[in-house]
Design a protein around this ligand. Sequence first.
Ligand SMILES: [Zn+2]
Length: 384
Amino acid sequence: MVGKIPGDLGNYVPYAPEPVRYGPGVHRPGIGEAHVLVMDSKKLSLGRRSIRRLRNLLATKAVVLCYHQVATVDSDPCRIAVPARLLEEHLQAIRGVGRPIALSELVSGLREGRVPHRAVAVTFDDGHAEMLHTVKPLLERYDIPATAFLINDALGQTHEFWWDQLARALLGPGRVPQTLSLSIGGRRFDRDLGEAAEYGAEQWERDRGWHMDDAQIPGPRQALFKELHPLLGGLSIHEREPVLEQLRRWAGAPNDVRPGYGVLTREEAARLAEGGLVDIGGHTVTHPMLPPLSPAQHQSEIAGGKAALEGLIGRTISQFAYPYGWHSDETIWAVKEAGFLGASSLIPVPLRRGWDAYRIPRLCAGPWTGDQLSQRLRAWFAGR
Ligand SMILES: [Zn+2]
């Protein structure tokens, strides 16, 4: 067991369709340098004053916040949606309590051994369509810079992300066939939903706040979601689509895009980059789980994605975000080789001086009020 990280991290669950397997050389999200240092302080049984001095040395300096969808959604099993009205409250809180900073600036300071005190960098993953017409005007209103990590092949897509399609097929109200038979990567997957094939509006209303990392699973539909999520996440985009098609057909779910679930077009992504307040970052070509991929696949996903985005916006990009936060030594090497100056993970702790610029920790923002975010920011800055 690793040492406890100081600070109120109790409610943080990284957005992570994380695989259950962690092979050799793979960095498990959540294990950061801070753990080791705190554990050492305990081992050494230092006096109270020395511990206070050590705490000060380790005191939190900066926070990198991670957002995904900015929309009001029916259910959010991956806990990645923040309504626009709450995002606005968050931006006010960041202005009031912290010092907004561009991620690229924070990373260059980190590389030089400096982390500005109470700095807050804001990031948005996956390039949701609301970035241009909802998020950017809010960022401009509060003059807060942000980085948008874009997936090249998702730009302009006319369907929803796979995790949203999975939730739509399984977690919406209504009736589905009692038995589900899928072929996933050549293997059969058969499940019987029993009475949960029928899912009334009342039950749905009761369960819609469920998150897949909650200890309690409300019923068979949520259990099935939780079982299928890592299986689909581990497939390539070409292997996954036939499974999604089977799921859609089984559930009678359309393959269109619901309001709030769309992705920027290429033209919109280029417009998002205009004006200098929103920085574009790389997030691969197809959003795979990178560690299992070959060196050549790493290169085409990371360096290929960088070159294509730079061609789109007409300037160099310096920051990268690992899909699902997942990375290995091989992944970090490929990111450096591609010329990125920093890479963001989903290690859910604040940023301290001395962190590796290629494993930037990020805290996923939830649907909190502005006051709730202010309280959390103060606690993180104070190292509590
Ligand atoms: Zn992503």
